[in-house]
Design a protein around this ligand. Sequence first.
Ligand SMILES: Cc1ncc(COP(=O)(O)O)c(C=O)c1O
Length: 451
Amino acid sequence: MPRKSFEDVLDYTEKSLKWIEAKGMEGDEQKSFIEEIRHNYGTHINPGFLEYRKAAGEDDMAMEWSANGDTFMDLQGREYIDCLGGFGVYNCGHRHPTIVKAVTDQISKQPLSSAELVDSNRALLARILADVSPGDLQYTFFTSSGTEAIESALKMSALATGRHFFIAFEGDFHGKTAGALSLTSKAHFRGPFLPLLQGTRHCKFGDLDMLTKMLEVMEFTGELPAAIVFETIQGEGGINIPPDDFIPGIRKLCDKYGIMMVADEVQSGMGRTGTLFAVDYYDVAPDIICCAKAIGGGVMPLSACICTEEAFKGMFPDPLLHSTTTGGSPTATAAGIAALNVILKEDLPGKAKRAGGIFMEGLEKIKAKYPKLMTDVRGRGLFLAMEFIDGDIGYEVVYEMFNRKVLVSGSLINAKTIRIEPPLMISDEHIERALQVIDESCGVVYEKHGW
Ligand SMILES: Cc1ncc(COP(=O)(O)O)c(C=O)c1O
């Protein structure tokens, strides 16, 4: 594409700033803006994106524009119930006033830091995380995304143990940067980039016998891992809950072989499953917990790799051995502090547990009504999934739901499952409406296939 004159580009930035400033748009202005964005997606983002997105309904250019609590509004002025919650970002809902205030307070002083001087919000949040985490978790390394938190955990584990191999599980999703992708399990995402981190192995999720045997062999061959990395409940794998002895069993094996136990709570954490961390259900303390998504309060990108002293102390001699310039900025950590304030003050884990119970009861009834369509419903708290006979059928239901203004979506690793992950303070009225929409949408798909 020919390079444009800087005057032209300047004009375009002015126009874009006006669009950002706009509260809304009507008529021709709205139409031409939508066409502009469609063109830019095709020409500058990825032409496949608009085609590939499966969650959209009849209007593939529904464009999210504003949000509040458990709903969001598109540019066209239609309101949706958010039962996807940004794949686990919006535990505190959209634009929670406490979180927005903390962020705007910080922005009005200094949004990012020099990355050289001492930064107070980082220290305050690290202390809060140490206080709310199970066991002896004490030191936190802050980044911005989930995959970066996992990268940090891999490096901390290698430093702490002097080992370089890792174990993860079939069905796991840990991110897509090269280190985290080594642990992510699906061939579709890994294949084009292999070989990734050498010596990484995957075990059957929930199979403690297999894990025990793998470790016996790895000890024999002199290849014991630095870490066992697991999702306490697999999210992208389709909301898979392991047998009750699995997570405590990992703890015992890690103790036996001196391995770092790394809980990836990027999606399951921050109250979603009915406890602050999903591992709290098992009363187990990992050596490292990775958090992201909801820890930024749905307002800022933030992630955290929370470690015991044993797991972290390799970073003491040179704190810059692993670093990021903008991760854990004063604004992001202000959001994190406010998010924990909201989660504790409003008892969001308790709300998730209660609302999850209502949802599950409704979903069980719908499953019984459409046996040829839905094969399973499962989950804990508001970390829920419906499993369909195949992925295409599931997306037909999602399409109908979107047309009825309820957003849900599929899973990256298990095409058959559709997730329900709303803000934890979703109202009873919206749960009822969402269940009604699921029922109606299943009915439409049932009829369409002549069942
Ligand atoms: C369990 C888990 N770990 C890691 C990640 C990666 O997080 P991010 O997309 O913020 O890099 C995800 C994202 O869905 C996740 O669900």
